[in-house]
Design a protein around this ligand. Structure first.
Ligand code: ZN
Length: 250
């Protein structure tokens, strides 16, 4: 069994058309948070996605004034607060290669790094440059994965149990090689859906996300999440912190 700790870099804002499919008419900016997840148990220290530092640097002053109530926290500071040094992390699972989920991968010198094969290949192929422009897909971390972290990089396909009680499941809706993660805890199964849903409302009101690669796979992922009857921890919904004020499950 594992415990899952929700780490939150802080508050952020996203266009409504990213969070909700355009046709539903929810276009106003949406206040979001930037969560990533520390999983501990069975002698392992596992991180799911990397968080991102200096969230304010990605916002306008107007957005900061309207949406941000406290300064953002760095990934390293959050980990140290939880009693974990970056070098302690033995497994880093990346749900997908969008910058807010991978950009801090370089903090972890000892982790095996688990990534879907399709996700890795897709962002590296020059013919996909219109999918992965530099601004949203900073390549320094890709270079690091292909160089310093090469021996530790594990590409997976489909559904794989990466450690006993921890599975990655390819979903491929939000991005080509997007994967969700499930974790067995004393409170039941936890699903970390990555960005297949941004908000609980995507599931509850049945509104798919607006930023997707394959729409049918987004809808299939929503059905899969719903069918699992598990604790769902979205990466960007502030409501996670109301539902789990201790930030700990298991
Ligand atoms: Zn994403």
């Amino acid at each position: 069994m594992y415990t899952v700790t929700i780490l939150n870099n802080g508050e952020w804002v996203a266009p409504g058309t990213v969070i909700y499919l355009h046709a539903f008419g929810r276009h106003d900016p949406v206040k979001i948070v930037q969560n990533f997840f520390l999983v501990q148990g069975r002698g392992h220290t596992i991180l799911i996605d990397t968080g991102i530092d200096n969230l304010e640097g990605y916002l306008t002053e107007e957005q900061i004034r309207r949406c941000v109530s406290a300064p953002s926290r760095t990934t390293e500071a959050l980990l140290r607060q939880a009693g974990v040094a970056p070098e302690d992390v033995d497994t880093l699972i990346l749900t997908h290669l969008h910058f807010d989920h991978y950009i801090n991968a370089r903090l972890f010198p000892n982790a095996r790094i688990i990534l879907n094969r399709r996700e890795w290949l897709y962002v590296l192929m020059p013919e996909n440059k219109r999918y992965a422009p530099r601004v949203g897909f900073p390549r320094e971390a890709f270079g690091w994965l292909a160089n310093e972290a090469w021996e530790r990089l594990e590409l997976v396909d489909g559904e794989v149990e990466v450690l006993p009680g921890i599975r990655v499941i390819w979903t491929g809706g939000h991005s080509p090689g997007h994967q969700m993660v499930t974790v067995e805890t004393a409170q039941g199964i936890v699903i970390i859906p990555g960005d297949e849903i941004y908000m609980y409302e995507n599931l509850e009101a049945d509104i798919p996300i607006g930023y997707y690669y394959n729409f049918e796979n987004v809808v299939a992922a929503m059905d899969l999440i719903r069918g699992m009857d598990a604790i769902v921890l979205p990466a960007h919904d502030p409501k996670v912190h109301e539902l789990y004020p201790s930030s700990k499950i298991g």
